[in-house]
Design a protein around this ligand. Sequence first.
Ligand SMILES: Cc1cc2nc3c(=O)[nH]c(=O)nc-3n(C[C@H](O)[C@H](O)[C@H](O)COP(=O)(O)OP(=O)(O)OC[C@H]3O[C@@H](n4cnc5c(N)ncnc54)[C@H](O)[C@@H]3O)c2cc1C
Length: 420
Amino acid sequence: MSGHTHIIGAGLAGLSAALHLLERGQAVTVHEGSGQAGGRCRSYEDARLGRVIDNGNHLVLSGNISVRRYLALAGVPDALCEAPEAKFPFADVETRERWSVHMNDGALPWWPLVKDRRPKGVSLGAMLGAGAILRAGDSHTIADLCGAEGPAKTRFWEPMSLAVMNLPPEKASAKLMRATALEAWRNGRLARPMFAPYGLGPALIDPALAKLEEAGSPVRFGSLLRKVEEEEGRATALHFARGEPVSLGAEDDVILAIPAHRLADIFPESAPPVETSSILNAHFLVNDPSVLEGKPPLVGVVGGLTQWIFLKGDIVSLTVSAADHVEGAEGAEEALLSKLWSETRKALDLPETLAYKAGRLVREKRATFLQTPENVKKRPKQETRLRNLVLAGDFVDTGLPATIEGAVRSGERAARILSE
Ligand SMILES: Cc1cc2nc3c(=O)[nH]c(=O)nc-3n(C[C@H](O)[C@H](O)[C@H](O)COP(=O)(O)OP(=O)(O)OC[C@H]3O[C@@H](n4cnc5c(N)ncnc54)[C@H](O)[C@@H]3O)c2cc1C
């Protein structure tokens, strides 16, 4: 490969492909349709809160090796702060019980044997049954293998499934969950949460943009791809919403790193899974951040709508996954904010009377593709019929769930495919 690679989409998949190609000495141009990079993983100034917030809270784990390689290539290997251990505090906002899921470091996962390290009320037998995920086949949901009743469901499988798959265990593909179990959850050393202390943009996006600038290839914003022209099994030109088409030379390549619904329009033969699952985030600005002192930066929640609470300075951010059924982003916003704040007070053990200064709901309708066994079978391969065009994105067939790690891995692979 000695020509120029045009990468369409400056989300994590596109940026990852760009950094890996730059490392190989390849010339790249990244075309981004919007005015901002990061796609579904971005930070922005919110006028109501008067703070820079992330579109959604993102949990990355220490075993996410592609994310680590990406950060190293971006020149910021320590941009994410790793928690000292894989310990996840939980609160049940209905019963007010508390516990921690505390995984041990090392190849032998003995933590389920210790009562205080597993979810409250979950028996040893139920935890050992979790090993059934290793038998996952193409058509299994998580609930098919791991049971759909009792505390093991509500306090272990449901939070895990919603966090990783953005779907409840009854719908989520067991095969993708197994992939995460094998890459991260099997060893506490690999399952430590990693936080972006100043937000997703500064940690994951801005350093990659700076690397591209440094290489003399800044991202072209407002460059919305409309059509790929082809001839004799090769992509020959790219047509954008504005400006002249870009002709592709005999050595030039293309990586389409755009979301599935956009790909379905531009390159329909890839037939990607276009059903989606939403995520709702609520961000609260508190009057007095000292009330949050000593609280853990991440708390899992059961018994309510909320699944995770992240603390960042004077901002408390909540995640509600698989949120298609949750009303309130339009119209009833205040009522929903008030319900979520009440869950926050209970989960963090804050005074009943404590009010928030300002709140914001952010709903990402197409947060991930709907990761059911049926849709997982539809994930397209990265290679296409066109010899110089490959796909990237969290929905392509990486074998991983639609996550940051999956998106970054797809970009890494796209670069490798074109280089081989
Ligand atoms: C609220 C929320 C919470 C999440 N939480 C987590 C989490 O905790 N952990 C985790 O690992 N993952 C999480 N994810 C998933 C993660 O954000 C995504 O998997 C990842 O960001 C997808 O990256 P991508 O590059 O594949 O796609 P995108 O981020 O969608 O990037 C695609 C880019 O292509 C651009 N584009 C689209 N069409 C065109 C076109 N025609 N021409 C040019 N450009 C175009 C878009 O503007 C966009 O910038 C979450 C997602 C959301 C929304």
